[in-house]
Design a protein around this ligand. Structure first.
Ligand SMILES: CC(C)(COP(=O)(O)OP(=O)(O)OC[C@H]1O[C@@H](n2cnc3c(N)ncnc32)[C@H](O)[C@@H]1OP(=O)(O)O)[C@@H](O)C(=O)NCCC(=O)NCCS
Length: 240
């Protein structure tokens, strides 16, 4: 707690809040695991490595992807590090006594965010990770597929970005899942995003991640059905 007080809170983010996860409340006596205290607080630069680790630990349709990647930083370099670097005030983390185990982050205007990444994020990574040979695409390793994404980032379809301009990512390590932490992180992020004028939001979900789809549905997101969106591995969901 003391550490968090050294940092100014972004506008509208409540002070760090400590709570017992929802699964612990109720008439039955909580288990030892359940008594774990949790803090939601603004991101600090010392959380950077944890963001990479959480990204990797949830990158296989919500499950651990560490066995798939040789370079353990590639997933985070795409999905979490740019947000923490370029817009840290819009990042909230969940921490327990084992450390940071979850985050929510995003952007209020997806189109301008993607332009900003082109200017300020992808160039350094493209220099560091040369593009894989397109002729060998069929045999690319998972690392090479992610590196290809760095060179050719998948942009949100323009119809999605117009109708639901904001977007977010929310990831928890298994020890924090299924205990109401995602719900609380989402609402903490929503307050920050609303204070910056966000209204409609979208999330990009791997179709194989049934738990995530159930979660976003519960948070008020609905599948975006546009003729332009193919039946690919990505499901786009929006909330207005
Ligand atoms: C998906 C995720 C963010 C959900 O967060 P969470 O803290 O586990 O979810 P909550 O406990 O707040 O649950 C909220 C609602 O989500 C749904 N939900 C959560 N876990 C679920 C599961 N295993 N199966 C079905 N629905 C589930 C339920 O509707 C639940 O509401 P209820 O408890 O009233 O039934 C979290 O599990 C996670 O980070 N998973 C790995 C990474 C990931 O997949 N991120 C999303 C990428 S798009």
């Amino acid at each position: 707690m003391v550490g968090t007080l050294r940092f100014a809170h972004p506008t509208n983010l409540p002070p760090p809040c400590r709570f017992l996860p929802a699964a612990c409340s109720g008439p039955s006596r909580p288990s030892l695991k359940c008594r774990r205290m949790l803090t939601l607080r603004p991101y600090m630069s010392t959380d950077f490595d944890a963001l990479y680790a959480i990204s990797l630990a949830t990158a296989d349709a919500g499950a651990d992807a560490s066995r798939l990647y040789h370079d353990k930083h590639l997933v985070g370099a795409i999905y979490s590090a740019p947000y923490a670097t370029l817009d840290p005030d819009l990042v909230v983390v969940a921490a327990d006594e084992e450390g940071v185990g979850g985050f929510v982050l995003g952007a209020v205007d997806t189109v301008s965010w993607e332009e900003r990444l082109e200017r300020s994020w992808w160039p350094q990574l493209r220099w560091r990770y040369p593009a894989p040979d397109p002729e060998a695409r069929g045999g690319w390793t998972p690392d090479q597929r992610r590196i290809s994404m760095i060179h050719n980032p998948e942009r949100a379809p323009i119809q999605v970005a117009r109708e639901f301009p904001a977007h977010l990512h929310l990831n928890l390590l298994p020890r924090l899942q299924g205990r109401g932490v995602g719900t609380r992180l989402f609402h903490a992020w929503l307050r920050l995003a609303n204070a910056r004028g966000a209204s409609a939001i979208h999330a990009r979900i791997n179709r194989a991640n049934a738990r995530a789809m159930a979660f976003w549905s519960r948070m008020g997101f609905r599948p975006i059905t546009l003729p332009e969106l193919s039946e690919g591995r990505t499901v786009w969901m929006g909330r207005s």
